[in-house]
Write a protein of this length. Structure first.
Length: 237
């Protein structure tokens, strides 16, 4: 990946969002104060997911490779998240996923792009974690795809939106524990259309146990990916 400065949104896009803001002024997703999607007070309460963490799955750990990763050997090379899940970071994810507030995606995607440009894992395409067709139709969009497109716009890395497809089945959030999430994720994804070979960046809003990213990484590797990385906005724990 060639590092590139975070690109500004097009003039038309900025004029449109300004026009929307004058009709529906944004309010803070966390404290409801008018003005911005995350106000200054809430912004300083967001906790960045920083070291010491496992260099593979990015959970808090004194070891560079945590016990969990030594035992499970995930298919991804490494995962990074911008924020610890909680407070205003959790409220942003919920606004995007459950309140239909797609307008927060540029804000979140730009933060993720900033992390990617500093991290430089060397990827040839960005792959959003797909969501089941029925849920996507209800919501009107796949939040991971919106984030992937924002990251692509900011970094110049192409987005392979259909490289993985979601099979019909129970959603991950319905699973009671990690073992159930891993079993459910194992058969939930299949290879779709997209580039074969190269290194890929999986994008999702939140990492919980890593079961979804691991299952998606296995799918990409089964069709020839050399390395698979993951990037999420938030990480639980
Ligand atoms: Zn606030
Ligand atoms: Zn780990």
């Amino acid at each position: 990946m060639t590092p590139a400065p975070v690109r500004q949104r097009s003039l038309a896009s900025r004029i449109w969002s300004h026009a929307l803001d004058s009709v529906f002024p944004p309010h803070c997703v966390s404290c409801r104060a008018f003005g911005r999607f995350v106000c200054g007070d809430c912004l300083v309460r967001m906790v960045r997911a920083e070291h010491p963490r496992c260099g593979v799955c990015w959970q808090p750990s004194a070891d560079s490779r945590c016990q969990h990763c030594r035992h499970l050997q995930p298919a991804f090379t490494a995962v990074r998240s911008v924020y610890a899940f909680g407070g205003p970071a959790r409220d942003l994810v919920h606004a995007l996923k459950y309140s239909g507030l797609s307008a927060v995606a540029p804000l979140m995607g730009e933060e993720m792009a900033g992390l990617l440009l500093g991290w430089k894992p060397g990827v040839s395409a960005i792959v959003p974690v797909p969501m089941a067709g029925a849920r996507r139709r209800r919501r009107g969009y796949n939040q991971s795809e919106l984030l992937a497109r924002e990251i692509g716009r900011c970094t110049g890395v192409p987005v392979a939106g259909r490289a993985i497809v979601r099979r019909v089945g129970p959603s991950q959030v319905e699973q009671p524990d990690e073992a159930a999430r891993r079993a459910n994720a194992k058969d939930a994804f299949a290879a779709g259309r997209g580039p074969v070979g190269g290194s890929f960046l999986l994008v999702d809003d939140t990492m919980t146990t890593g079961a979804t990213l691991d299952a998606c990484a296995r799918v990409l590797k089964s069709v020839g990916a050399e390395r698979v990385y993951g990037l999420t906005f938030a990480r639980e724990s």
